[in-house]
Design a binder for this molecule. Structure first.
Ligand code: LLP
Length: 425
């Protein structure tokens, strides 16, 4: 894959812009994205599927900035949304309704109504009661909801337990044993039109074997459901293709390999194939840029206290996730390195990005980046410790644009309301 975060003359650049220049203009910490990498990653999926009728529906949850959605939408992407808020974002980015699929285990009546009113490709329905409610909402709006049923295939994707979604006992989808009954009911509901079948087994999947198992199951189910008289013209294969977070690990399967598998297992069915990649498209397209506030002497080793924290990038605290950390100014060759702990300023020990990480000598004021944080970075940020949400910046060639301004702490505080009885003297 192309990497647009490279050293030039010893300074880390994003595409053609030196990162210190952006840090000076914007202030740290901030997220920094490469337009070219978003485009290349989407393009890799689109071209790998070019032989098949398909739509790449980018999973908005991975990075939902409207500028990012617009960039991907302009290149032909559809969107996978999981909330009314994400639906509004996708529409605000100019994505037509017929390119938006609505997934998620807990859609509300209002969310259903908004998507039916604004236009929708299909709903991925996750339970029988949801099916019934959707039918009712569609009927009351004088329309019919196109749906796929998300099956729970009971397949272990071999990923972190918190992001594994396709095993029996997980909260997602309808078990295979009930699928034919669910489709029978769907076929009889007045506000429902069956268009396909859906699955999503988990995220950061690094092996094709579980995908192979589940795609074969989808092929079998498609035959059975067609025999039962349902029109299955679309298969939504979900997302989940992993990316490499560590340079030395076994390479993740490529979109070409993943899509070849889709074609092999499902191509003969004459269906349209939707995929919902999130992390693959945005993960490696972004970094988080931080400064070292203090180099502090610890008991076992030095501790770098950064100006970013777990509220800005939650993945290490939440999943024990690993992110490469690189200095913005390249270290001297054969320069000294040492193992350090890298932490944020938040008042709990969970606010630790890395322990014993071997890094060149960094000290107060130095800039560093966290790699592969374009997915599930900014979107999972919070205002914990009343820290303002950090900006997002998009680079395009020699230019950069702030695509989300730093959200001042006043904006957080001003939403708090002190009741009058507390202020009356
Ligand atoms: N489709 C559905 C229905 C999903 O639930 C997800 C992710 C995707 C597509 C996109 O999966 P991807 O291609 O990005 O793997 N916060 C976690 C990841 C949670 C993923 C949830 N679902 C993390 O930081 O690793």
């Amino acid at each position: 894959m192309t990497d647009e975060f490279q050293y030039r003359d010893g300074i880390l650049h994003a595409e053609d812009v030196p990162i210190p220049e952006i840090a000076k203009a914007v202030g740290t910490p901030f997220y920094l994205y490469s337009s070219r990498m978003f485009a290349a990653n989407l393009g890799a999926f689109q071209s790998a599927l070019s032989g098949i009728d398909h739509l790449v529906c980018y999973s908005v949850k991975a990075n939902s900035n409207v500028a990012v959605l617009r960039l991907l939408g302009n290149l032909g992407a559809g969107m996978d949304v999981v909330s009314g808020g994400e639906y509004v974002r996708a529409r605000a980015a100019g994505i037509p309704g017929d390119r938006i699929v609505f997934s998620g285990v807990g859609k509300t009546r209002d969310e259903m109504a908004a998507a039916l009113g604004g236009g929708i490709r299909h709903f991925n329905v996750e339970s029988e009661p949801e099916l019934r409610l959707l039918s009712e909402v569609a009927e009351s709006h004088g329309t019919v909801a196109p749906i796929a049923i998300r099956i729970n295939p009971d397949v272990d994707p071999g990923t972190h337990e918190k992001i594994s979604t396709g095993k029996s006992g997980d909260k997602f989808g309808i078990p295979v044993s009930r699928v034919r009954d669910a489709y029978r009911e769907a076929g009889q509901l007045p506000g429902i039109r069956v268009v396909g079948i859906d699955v999503h087994i988990g995220s950061q999947v690094m092996d094709l074997a579980p995908f192979r198992r589940v795609f074969r199951l989808l092929a079998d189910l498609t035959r059975v459901l067609r025999e039962d008289g349902h029109e299955i013209r679309r298969i939504d294969a979900g997302g989940g293709l992993g990316i490499n977070y560590r340079p030395a690990e076994d390479p993740a399967p490529s979109p070409a390999e993943y899509c070849a598998l889709l074609a092999d297992t499902l191509g003969h069915l004459g269906v349209e194939i939707d995929v919902e990649p999130g992390r693959f498209i945005s993960g490696n397209a972004g970094v988080m840029v931080s400064s070292v506030l203090y180099r502090k002497t610890g008991e076992a080793r030095d501790i770098l206290v950064l100006d970013s924290a777990m509220n800005d990038l939650l993945r290490p605290a939440m999943y024990g996730a690993y992110h490469e950390i690189e200095p913005v100014i390249a270290p001297a060759e054969n320069g000294r390195t040492s193992a350090v702990d890298i932490v944020g300023p938040i008042c709990e020990s969970g606010d630790t990005f890395a322990r014993g990480r071997e890094l060149p000598q960094l000290s107060d004021g130095d800039l560093l980046v966290f790699r592969s944080t374009g997915a599930y970075g900014a979107v999972m940020a919070s205002g914990y410790n009343s820290r303002p949400l950090i900006p997002e910046v998009l680079v395009n060639g020699e230019e950069f644009f702030v695509i989300r301004a730093r959200i001042p702490v006043e904006d957080l505080i001003n939403r708090d309301i002190v009741p009058e009885w507390l202020t009356a003297s």
